[in-house]
Design a protein. Structure first.
Length: 121
């Protein structure tokens, strides 16, 4: 299986639509925020790839995108910077992982990632 995975036109349009605001300085994301960004990126990349080969319906891809947006909303910076960070992280993930590696990483992090969506007490 090739190491480089492409993003579908639908997912790219989703990301580009969010990038429609004026340019701003690069955002440095660290610590827990970086982990949340990674969760969002893994979710978007994995859902995109699974939908592109017919293993999940388009509605599941949309739900993954909405979940990624919810994670991104918790990060510092402008919406444009957060989406730019998501695109950059997603590209790095696609360039460095095979599909089986991506699935394994998702399985090992999904519980932590899901907990980040729950309201804090």
């Amino acid at each position: 299986m090739p190491r480089f995975l492409t993003i579908s036109a639908q997912s790219m349009a989703f990301c580009l639509a969010l990038l429609a605001s004026p340019a701003q300085a690069d955002l440095v994301i660290e610590g827990r925020d970086a982990q949340k960004l990674h969760c969002a990126a893994i979710l978007v990349v994995l859902a995109d790839r699974l939908e592109s080969v017919g293993l999940i319906p388009p509605e599941a891809l949309k739900q993954a995108q909405f979940t990624a947006v919810a994670l991104l909303a918790q990060l510092p910076g402008s919406e444009r910077d957060r989406v730019r960070a998501l695109v950059q992280r997603s590209e790095k993930i696609m360039a460095t992982r095979t599909m089986p590696q991506l699935i394994d990483e998702f399985r090992s992090t999904v519980d932590w990632c899901a907990a980040q969506l729950e309201p804090e007490e």
